[in-house]
Design a protein around this ligand. Structure first.
Ligand SMILES: Nc1nc2c(c(=O)[nH]1)N[C@H]1C(S)=C(S)[C@@H](COP(=O)(O)OP(=O)(O)OC[C@H]3O[C@@H](n4cnc5c(=O)[nH]c(N)nc54)[C@H](O)[C@@H]3O)O[C@H]1N2
Ligand SMILES: Nc1nc2c(c(=O)[nH]1)N[C@H]1C(S)=C(S)[C@@H](COP(=O)(O)OP(=O)(O)OC[C@H]3O[C@@H](n4cnc5c(=O)[nH]c(N)nc54)[C@H](O)[C@@H]3O)O[C@H]1N2
Ligand code: SF4
Ligand SMILES: [Mo]
Length: 717
C-alpha cells in the first residue's frame, strides 16, 4: 500500500488527507498530521471517500434515456445524442432557450470552475443559475458594493481575534463556510483559552452555541434588525472608532441616519432578545481589543440576506476591525484572485439583465434559481427549452422543489454532468459522469480566497479512472455548442483556453509547456499570482505551503469607483425601508428553518452507509411547549405545510429550538421513482424544499428564503 497526500474537496475546510492506496483502490483515509493547515483534522465525510469510490450505485458510463428508461451508452453515442438535439433547440429558439445550473460541487472541482466558464460563454445564455442563489449571493452583493468585487469578502481572523460574533453559522457541524478554517472547534477553543469570547446568534442551540460563551436565540430572519441595533448603539454611545480606516470610508453619516430607527428597545420584541442584552453585546463588541463579526447561511438565505450581510461588515468597519489583525480581513490567494491586482476600479453593478417572467435582476452573472421553473413553464419568446446541469441537485436543493421537478419534465432536452442518477438527473435525457475526487487533480481555487490563513496545496490525481476528466467532457460540449460537432478537438480547445489564460496573466503560454488541462491553467495562475510560485513548487510540497497569517490589504484591495469603502451604497440602502416596515409585521405562529448535519453533504452523500448510519435523522425539531400545544409526541408524525406543499415527518422534541421555530434538515427526500441509490432510498427522509416558497426572496439579491418560512404544523393521527 502506498500513501498519497491530498486535500479533501468535499467542503470548504480544505483538510489534508493521507490516503492509503493499493491496486488503484482506496484502502484507508485519515487526516494528514503534517498538513500545514489542517494538522490531522478530518470529519466523517472526508473519511467516507473510500465508501464513495466503492459505491455500487455511482455512474461509470454515460446514460441516455430511450422510451423513458436509461440505457448505458458509449461516450460517442452520448455525444451523438447531444449533437442531434441541443444545437437544434438553440437554432430554433435562441441563446436563452438553453439554461444552465451549476451546483455546489462545481466550486470544488477544477473542471467545472476553469472550463465551465468557457461553456457558459459559448452558450451566451442569460438563463444561468447556480446554487449561489440558495446560498451566499447576498454576501457577493454586499461585498461587491462595499469593496468593489463580489469576492472581496472579509474573513474573520479567528486565530488572532479576541471576540468572535457568529450569526447563522454552525461551523462545528458545517466545518465553516466563507471562512476556510479546518478544525473550527480547536480554533474557537483557542479564542477562549487566550481570554477571548465567542458569541453565537442562532434560533437553535447548536453545537457551536454550546461551545460559545454566550448564545442569543433570535427569531429567524431578524438578524438585520439585531445588527442594525448594534450599529445604532455604537453611534448613540459615541463608540464608532474607524481608526486607520477613516480615510478609506465613505458613507458613515448615512449609515448613522439609516440605523436610527433601530434602537435596541425598538427591535427587541421582534428579534426576541431583551434590549439590555443587545446593548451589552454592542458594548462588548466595541470594547474588545480586536473583534470580528461573521454571518453565514442563516443570515444569507433569509428575508433580509443582503442587509444582514451588509450590516455584518458595517459593524466590522464601525469598530475599526476591518482589515486589521484579529478583525475581519481579506485573504490574498496564490492565484486566480480577481482582487489581487491593485488599481482595478470598475465598481460593482447588478441587474445587467432581468429574468423574463418575474423581472428579477442578475447578480454576479446569475439569475435566482427560485425562478427557474417560471422560465421553463411560462410560454413565450425566450422560454427555457433545454437545461444543462453540472454537479447540482436543484430538485432537492431549491425552493418549491416539486414544481421544479414538473418543470424539468416539460423540458425538450436536458443534459446532466453528474456522478449519480438522482432526484434531478432522473429528468435528464443524457447523463455524463465524471471522475470522483482523488481520480482528478484538485486545487481549492475558490476557497483559498476565503481562507483564515494564506495557504496553498496542490493535489494530483492519485487514482486512475476509466472516465474522461470533467474538463474534457465540458470542452467536448463547448465543441457541440460552437458548431464543431460531437468530436471536437479537445486538445486544441484546451490550448486555446490556456493561451487566453496566459494572456490575462501577461505570460507566454510556453512557460507551462508540458502540462495540459487544469494543471496548466493553475500553473499559469500561480506564475501570474502575487507570490511568485509555480505548480512545481506546490508539487514539491505535498503537505501544502503556508504563506502566513492574513495581512492588511486596504486600500489596494478596494475596487469601488471611488477607491474607498462605500459604506452606504444605494443598491443596498434602498432595502432599509423594508426592514423598518418589518418592525410592524405580525409574528408568524410557526416558521421553518434548516439544520446541517455532520455526516451529510447537502443532498448527495446519503447513499453511503457509514454516513447515514450515524446521527443523521431527517426529523422535525419542535420545542416542548409547541409539542404540548399541538399534541405532538416524540417520534410521532407531524404534517408540515406551507403555501407550496406539505410533508409528513417524524418529530423530535427538543428545547434546542426556539418556541415557534421548527427545524428540518435539507437534502433529503430520496424516495422518488427512477433514481439509483438503494441506501439513500432506505433512508429517504423528506425534501424540506417542498415547503420552501419560491416567491419569498431576499429582495436585492433574489436569494431564496430558506430560513423563516411560514408553516402550519399538525399532528398526524
Ligand atoms: N432548505 C435548504 N435548502 C438548501 C440549503 C439550506 O440550508 N436549506 N443550503 C443550500 C446550499 S448552501 C447549497 S450549496 C445548495 C446545494 O445545492 P446543489 O449543489 O444543487 O446540491 P448538492 O446536494 O450539493 O448536489 C450536488 C450534485 O453534484 C453531484 N456531484 C458530486 N460530485 C460531483 C462531481 O465531482 N462532478 C459532478 N459533475 N457532479 C458531482 C451529486 O451527485 C449531486 O447531484 O443547497 C441549498 N439548499
Ligand atoms: N456536514 C455538513 N457540512 C456542510 C454542508 C452540509 O450539508 N453538511 N454544507 C456545506 C455548505 S454548501 C455550506 S453553504 C455551509 C454552510 O455553513 P453554515 O452556515 O455554518 O451552515 P449551517 O450548519 O446550516 O448553519 C446555519 C445556522 O443558521 C441557523 N439559522 C437559521 N435561520 C437563522 C436566522 O434567521 N438567523 C440566524 N442567526 N441563524 C439562523 C441555523 O439554525 C443553523 O445553525 O456548510 C457546508 N458544510
Ligand atoms: S471538514 Fe470538509 S474538508 Fe475536512 S475532511 Fe470533512 S468534508 Fe473534508
Ligand atoms: Mo452552500
Amino acid at each position: 500500500m502506498s500513501s498519497a497526500f491530498v486535500t479533501c474537496p468535499l467542503c470548504e475546510a480544505t483538510c489534508g488527507l493521507e490516503v492509503g492506496i493499493a491496486a488503484n483502490r482506496i484502502e484507508t483515509v485519515r487526516g494528514d498530521d503534517d498538513d500545514v493547515f489542517s494538522k490531522g483534522f478530518i470529519c466523517p465525510k472526508g473519511a467516507s471517500l473510500k465508501a464513495l469510490h466503492d459505491d455500487p450505485d455511482r455512474l461509470h458510463t454515460p446514460l441516455v434515456k430511450c422510451d423513458g428508461a436509461f440505457v448505458e451508452v458509449s461516450w460517442d453515442e452520448a455525444f451523438a445524442e447531444i449533437e442531434r438535439r441541443l444545437p437544434a433547440i438553440r437554432q430554433q429558439y435562441g441563446d436563452n432557450a438553453i439554461a444552465a445550473y451549476v451546483g455546489n460541487p462545481g466550486a470544488h472541482n477544477l473542471g467545472s470552475l476553469l472550463y465551465g466558464r468557457v461553456l457558459w460563454k459559448a452558450l451566451a445564455t442569460q438563463n444561468f443559475y447556480t446554487a449561489g442563489t440558495v446560498d451566499q449571493v447576498p454576501k457577493h452583493f454586499s461585498s461587491g458594493y462595499l469593496f468593489g468585487d463580489g469576492l472581496t469578502i472579509p474573513i474573520p481572523d479567528v486565530d488572532r481575534t479576541d471576540f468572535l460574533l457568529l450569526l447563522g453559522a454552525n461551523p462545528l457541524v458545517s466545518n465553516g463556510s466563507l471562512m476556510t478554517a479546518p478544525d473550527m472547534r480547536g480554533r474557537l477553543k483557542a479564542i477562549q483559552q487566550r481570554g477571548g469570547k465567542v458569541v453565537v446568534v442562532d434560533p437553535r442551540r447548536t453545537r457551536t452555541a454550546e461551545l460559545a460563551d454566550q448564545h442569543l436565540s433570535v427569531r429567524p430572519g431578524t438578524d438585520a434588525l439585531l445588527l442594525a441595533a448594534l450599529a445604532n448603539v455604537l453611534f448613540a454611545e459615541d463608540r464608532v472608532q474607524l481608526g486607520e480606516l477613516a480615510e478609506h470610508v465613505d458613507g458613515v453619516a448615512q449609515v448613522r441616519a439609516l440605523v436610527a430607527p433601530f434602537a435596541p428597545e425598538a427591535v427587541a420584541p421582534v428579534v426576541g432578545v431583551p434590549a439590555d442584552e443587545i446593548r451589552g453585546l454592542a458594548r462588548e463588541l466595541s470594547d474588545a481589543q480586536t473583534a470580528a463579526v461573521y454571518g453565514r447561511i442563516g443570515t444569507t438565505t433569509q428575508a433580509f440576506g443582503t442587509l444582514a450581510s451588509w450590516l455584518v461588515d458595517v459593524l466590522n468597519v464601525l469598530t475599526g476591525n476591518l482589515d486589521r489583525p484579529g478583525g475581519a480581513m481579506f485573504p490574498l490567494a496564490v492565484g486566480g484572485q480577481a482582487n489581487a491586482a491593485p488599481g482595478r476600479r470598475r465598481g460593482f453593478v447588478h441587474g445587467r439583465w432581468r429574468s423574463r417572467v418575474r423581472g428579477l435582476p442578475e447578480v454576479v452573472g446569475e439569475l435566482p434559481v427560485a425562478t427557474l421553473a417560471d422560465e421553463i413553464l411560462t410560454p413565450g419568446e425566450g422560454q427555457v427549452r433545454a437545461l444543462i446541469t453540472v454537479g447540482g441537485n436543484p430538485c432537492v436543493s431549491t425552493p418549491h422543489a416539486a414544481r421544479l421537478s414538473e418543470a424539468f419534465d416539460a423540458l425538450e432536452f436536458m443534459v446532466s454532468l453528474d456522478v449519480y442518477l438522482n432526484e434531478t438527473t432522473r429528468h435528464a435525457d443524457v447523463i455524463l459522469p465524471g471522475p470522483l475526487p482523488l481520480a482528478r487533480d484538485h486545487f481549492d481555487l475558490v476557497f483559498y480566497q476565503l481562507s483564515v490563513r494564506n495557504v496553498a496545496n496542490w493535489s494530483p490525481a492519485v487514482l486512475d479512472t476509466e472516465l474522461p476528466q470533467e474538463w474534457e467532457t465540458i470542452l467536448r460540449l463547448v465543441g457541440v455548442v460552437m458548431g464543431q460537432g460531437p468530436n471536437a478537438d479537445v486538445a486544441g480547445l484546451d490550448d486555446f483556453v490556456a493561451a487566453q489564460a496566459a494572456q490575462r496573466a501577461g505570460l507566454d503560454p510556453a512557460v507551462a509547456a508540458g502540462r495540459r488541462g487544469p494543471a496548466r491553467l493553475v500553473d499559469l495562475m500561480l506564475r501570474g499570482g502575487p507570490y511568485d510560485l509555480t505548480l512545481a513548487d506546490l508539487e514539491a510540497a505535498p503537505h501544502g505551503i503556508d504563506l502566513g497569517p492574513l495581512r492588511p490589504r486596504i486600500p489596494d484591495v478596494l475596487a469601488t469607483a471611488s477607491g474607498k469603502i462605500e459604506l452606504a451604497p444605494e443598491a443596498i440602502t434602498a432595502d432599509v425601508p423594508r426592514l423598518v416596515a418589518s418592525l410592524d409585521d405580525p409574528p408568524q405562529q410557526f416558521v421553518l428553518i434548516g439544520r446541517r448535519q455532520l455526516s451529510s453533504n447537502n443532498s448527495w452523500m446519503h447513499n453511503l452507509s457509514p454516513l447515514v448510519r450515524g446521527g443523521n435523522k431527517c426529523t422535525a425539531h419542535v420545542h416542548p411547549d409547541d409539542a404540548a400545544k399541538l399534541g405532538l409526541a416524540d417520534g410521532a408524525l407531524a404534517r408540515i405545510s406551507s403555501r407550496t406543499g406539505s410533508v409528513t415527518v417524524p418529530v423530535e422534541i427538543t428545547d434546542t429550538v426556539r418556541p415557534g421555530v421548527v427545524s428540518i434538515p435539507h437534502g433529503w427526500g430520496h424516495d422518488v421513482p427512477g433514481t439509483r441509490g438503494e441506501v439513500a432510498r432506505a433512508h429517504a427522509g423528506v425534501n424540506s424544499n417542498i415547503l420552501a416558497d419560491d416567491l419569498l426572496l431576499d429582495v436585492p439579491s433574489g436569494t431564496a428564503v430558506l430560513n423563516g418560512i411560514p408553516i402550519d404544523v399538525t399532528a398526524v393521527a
